[in-house]
Design a protein around this ligand. Structure first.
Ligand code: KIV
Length: 283
């Protein structure tokens, strides 16, 4: 994509022109900056924050204040990609009014360009109201981590024909409600393709196979920074924890052996001032 700011219109244009969309997550300024430098199309400040940054077991405990704090940091570094803020659990599930107020807060206080929320047919009225309030919405269907316990855990969705048809219905309902794109998580690859063909808006997959309109990965998973598990659909492009750990161990060894700091990392003092100081101390 161009070096200009990516908009929701560019996201639709990518699907219309058959260009795959590239999306990653970020939670702070340095990763926002790196995603910007890599010229990805979309950066999601996901509530995966709870797991990969805050060390929580899931995403349910993440709240509006956490999200706003991290969105602000990402936005400071991320000028080109479209930045999406994730609506935390129970920030939109309680009422349409709450959904509009909280979506507005992510944009006004956090500074993101759009919001994402989980749910299909049941959340179409909420999506419609938020879109009508002037806020671009990305949907999220298939495996929805906030309600993973209701789905029986972090499992592939749409295994049988009925369940798969329900996911296609969810996508269509979200499209009718006005989403500008849809995240489709952890479904069989052939279903991914059918969902992408069923709607005009871009379908961005995470564990939905190659025949969708783009891919998203949690950055901390793909660079080997998250320690707990690696989902089947994640490709690890590097093992950055090893590199960081090596640096920390070397630092520890050099501090203990007084090889750090060396002269190149130390400030000098004029000899005369030092002599004067020593005299003052000893007199
Ligand atoms: O929170 C998140 O990072 C997400 C991605 C898995 C799409 O929702």
């Amino acid at each position: 994509m161009s070096t200009n700011k990516v908009t929701v219109l560019d996201v639709q244009k990518a699907k219309d022109e058959g260009r795959k969309l590239v999306m990653v997550t970020a939670y702070d300024y340095p990763f926002g900056l790196l995603a910007d430098k890599a010229e990805v199309d979309i950066v999601l400040v996901g509530d995966s924050l709870g797991m990969v940054v805050m060390g929580l077991e899931g995403t349910v405990e993440v709240n509006m204040e956490h999200m706003i704090h991290h969105i602000k940091a990402v936005v400071r570094g991320c000028k080109g990609p479209l930045v999406i803020g994730d609506m935390p659990f129970m920030s939109y599930n309680t009422s349409i009014r709450d959904a509009i107020i909280n979506a507005g807060r992510l944009m006004k206080e956090g500074g993101c360009d759009a919001i994402k929320l989980e749910g299909g047919v049941d959340f179409a009225p909420t999506v419609e109201a938020v879109v009508k309030a002037g806020i671009p919405v990305q949907g999220h269907i298939g495996l929805t981590p906030q309600t993973a316990s209701a789905l029986g855990g972090f499992k592939m969705q749409g295994r049988d024909a009925m369940a798969a048809k329900k996911i296609i219905d969810d996508a269509k309902a979200l499209e009718d409600a006005g989403v500008f794109s849809i995240i489709l998580e952890a479904v069989p690859a052939p279903l991914g393709q059918l969902v992408a063909e069923a709607v005009r808006v871009p379908v961005i997959g995470i564990g939905a196979g190659p025949n969708v309109d783009g891919q998203v990965l949690v950055t901390h998973d793909m660079i080997g920074l998250f320690d707990k598990f690696v989902p089947k659909f994640v490709k690890q492009y590097t093992q950055i924890r090893e590199t960081i750990l090596e640096a920390l161990k070397q630092y520890k060894q050099e501090v203990q052996s007084v090889t750090f700091p060396g002269p190149e990392h130390s400030f000098k003092m004029p000899d005369e001032a030092l002599e004067q100081l020593k005299k003052m101390i000893h007199d």
